[in-house]
Write a protein that binds this ligand. Structure first.
Ligand code: MN
Length: 322
């Protein structure tokens, strides 16, 4: 067993970027240097909930997902694959800087650049949704292509310009992302009048949960609104609270398991997925089903991603310090 610090020294990670962190890995898969080299997917746990305003606790999310992942069946019956064989490597938890959400976003960005530089697909586990901005920022810096869309699965529009006096809040994450890439929002059922006006003004492809419920044909048009390359961000409150109660701001009328996984499968088949995140798990002690749902969702994504990565060209600049 190679000690993590030694391993990361070999991989030229800045010494202070990653902590010793949790000893746990997704599905208990190996965490040595060889496993990193051969992995296609890299899991980045970000246990941060510094700007959460209602009920904190998503800092426990990544660890709960990783713990639950140990109960996953390695074989995926739907795709008839064993997704772990493509290599799923789990980084140690990203050290948290609780006092500065902006600095935390920057840390996520640096971790994202590290993963992308090594030719891997990042899957971030949260933690609060603002951290998505860090990973999306790493795509912006790494890829030369503008041909990227962010698919946003969420109960909330998160399009506020600022919230409680700060632009660095969960409630603003989609607005900040929109400053970087086009956005497609799915499953929304809570937003302000101003947010709704913005959706119309900017003609954001927008799929409220109620409309998807009333017109199932709408599901097919979601993929058509995505560009060739896609980043997928999933706030777990997009699911109905009956299957996903472990979130800070539950909203009735959410999506079901097969609706979400069916959409993800279509996207992975028809588009090039550059990275994903699964955010906002706030574990409820003693209730394992939601934690397991989140773990299985990660594994489903790995199964659907089990295909050739496209040939996006990284930006022609020096990223060796990432
Ligand atoms: Mn939300």
């Amino acid at each position: 067993m190679i000690h993590r610090r030694t391993m990361f020294a070999d991989l030229e990670i800045p010494g202070n970027l990653f902590s010793e962190g949790s000893p746990y890995t997704f599905m208990g898969l190996p965490s040595d240097a060889e496993a990193f080299k051969s992995a296609r997917v890299v899991i980045l746990p970000v246990p941060y909930d510094g700007t959460t305003t209602f009920v904190p606790g998503t800092r426990e999310g990544p660890r709960a997902i990783i713990m639950a992942s140990r109960e996953l069946e390695p074989y995926d019956e739907e795709t008839e694959t064993e997704p772990w064989r493509q290599g799923i490597f789990t980084l140690p938890e990203l050290p948290v800087k609780i006092s500065s959400p902006r600095e935390m976003v920057e840390r996520v960005k640096q971790a994202g650049l590290f993963i992308l530089k090594h030719g891997k697909i990042p899957i971030m586990l949260g933690g609060e949704h603002l951290m998505t901005l860090g990973l999306v920022s790493s795509l912006k810096e790494f890829y030369s292509s503008e041909n990227i869309t962010v698919l946003h699965l969420d109960a909330h529009a998160d399009l506020r310009e600022e919230y409680q006096g700060s632009p660095w809040s969960n409630a603003c994450v989609a607005r900040r992302i929109l400053e970087l890439y086009p956005l497609v929002s799915v499953g929304i059922r809570s937003l302000t009048r101003e947010e709704h006006d913005l959706v119309r003004r900017k003609a954001i492809p927008f799929y409220p949960a109620a409309q998807l419920h009333e017109k199932p044909a709408l599901w097919n048009s979601i993929v058509e609104n995505l560009s060739d390359n896609v980043y997928i961000t999933i706030d777990l409150d997009v699911f109905d609270p009956s299957v996903m109660p472990s979130v800070g701001t539950p909203e009735p009328g959410g999506l079901g398991w097969y609706e979400v996984t069916g959409l993800l499968k279509q996207i992975c088949l028809k588009r090039n997925v550059l990275g994903c995140d699964i955010m906002e798990l706030k574990p409820i002690p003693g209730m394992v089903a939601p934690d397991f749902l989140a773990a299985k969702l990660v594994y489903k994504l790995c199964a659907y991603l089990y295909r050739r990565k496209g040939d996006l060209r990284p930006l022609d600049k020096d990223l060796t310090n990432c």
